[in-house]
Design a protein around this ligand. Structure first.
Ligand SMILES: [Mg+2]
Length: 144
């Protein structure tokens, strides 16, 4: 099985750098973005991305706006919201808008790894179901 492809999105560059170093040791292929727009560009460029870890509070396009766009343009991608204590309500709103889960900053690396793996599994299971349904449809059509 190929490595899970994870996009880290946060406007705090040192935070992203630290997380990249830690997550790269955990069998993930890591991509980065420092704004919501950059995240959308990365998804456009790398359609096989599996999981987005998305900061709630960013200048310009905030995390919730980015989430809405990600979910509308790339519906199979799973999103984990990253939040500080002050913005936890936004993270909960994010889950109502289709985010898989949220994580409080400073993110505990083991917890993040665990959530990313769960999100990736959900995505793979859903993709598998879609493939099965498509195969069934082809089969049924052949019977026409
Ligand atoms: Mg931020």
């Amino acid at each position: 099985m190929s490595l899970a492809k994870v996009l880290l999105v946060d406007d705090e560059v040192p935070f992203v750098d630290t997380m990249v170093k830690r997550l790269s040791k955990r069998d993930f292929e890591i991509f980065t973005a420092y704004s919501g727009q950059e995240a959308l560009d990365q998804l456009q460029e790398h359609p096989s991305l599996d999981v987005v870890v998305l900061d709630v509070k960013m200048p310009g396009m905030d995390g919730i706006t980015a989430l809405k766009q990600i979910k509308s343009k790339f519906p199979l991608v799973e999103v984990i919201m990253l939040t500080a204590h002050a913005t936890v309500e936004s993270a909960i709103d994010g889950m109502k808008l289709g985010a898989f889960d949220y994580l409080m900053k400073p993110a505990e690396i083991d917890e993040l790894v665990d959530k990313v793996k769960k999100a990736e599994k959900i995505k793979r299971d859903r993709e598998e179901k879609i493939r099965e349904a498509e195969a069934r449809e082809v089969f049924l059509r052949r019977g026409d």
